[in-house]
Design a protein around this ligand. Structure first.
Ligand SMILES: NC(=O)c1ccc[n+]([C@@H]2O[C@H](COP(=O)([O-])OP(=O)(O)OC[C@H]3O[C@@H](n4cnc5c(N)ncnc54)[C@H](OP(=O)(O)O)[C@@H]3O)[C@@H](O)[C@H]2O)c1
Length: 116
């Protein structure tokens, strides 16, 4: 499968850390053209130095205008991977705060959907 991704253009929304970044590092080895996005400028700048093969761009997927600007100028691509995190609302059900769950849902569901 990885061989088939050679020269494919792939966007990983939420790819500046965690599962998304691990996926980006794996796919870039297959000579795919990878763009990762995330909100924190410091992480983007660190990636420019540590992983120069990755194209890292600061975008907040909860901001529709930023998404529209990015996707309307980026051009066509082959695959979209979304690994955004809602940050809150995980853990043991018995200890889960409904406010945290609501916040986690809001910060994950809408950014995923807007990105798609
Ligand atoms: N880790 C696990 O064991 C596990 C297991 C099952 C499912 N998951 C799910 O997999 C996803 C990724 O998990 P992870 O552990 O890799 O999380 P993570 O390390 O927190 O990474 C999340 C990535 O999303 C970016 N991000 C978050 N909100 C964003 C937004 N509004 N706009 C743009 N970028 C945004 C973060 O960068 P910035 O903060 O700089 O924006 C970061 O690059 C989550 O949805 C999680 O629930 C994780």
């Amino acid at each position: 499968m990885i061989k088939d991704l050679q020269n494919q253009k792939i966007v990983i929304a939420g790819g500046t850390s965690g599962i998304g970044l691990a996926t980006a590092k794996m796919l870039v080895e297959s000579l795919a053209n990878i763009t990762v996005t995330g909100r924190e400028q410091k992480k983007i700048e660190a990636l420019h130095i540590s992983d120069p093969k990755l194209n890292a761009i600061a975008i907040d997927s909860s901001d529709k205008n930023q998404l529209t600007t990015f996707f309307s100028t980026f051009g066509s691509f082959d695959h979209l991977i979304i690994t955004l995190s809602g940050a809150k609302g995980a853990g043991s059900f018995s200890e889960l705060s409904l406010d945290d769950l609501r916040e986690g849902f809001e910060k994950k569901f809408w950014p995923y959907l807007q990105t798609i």
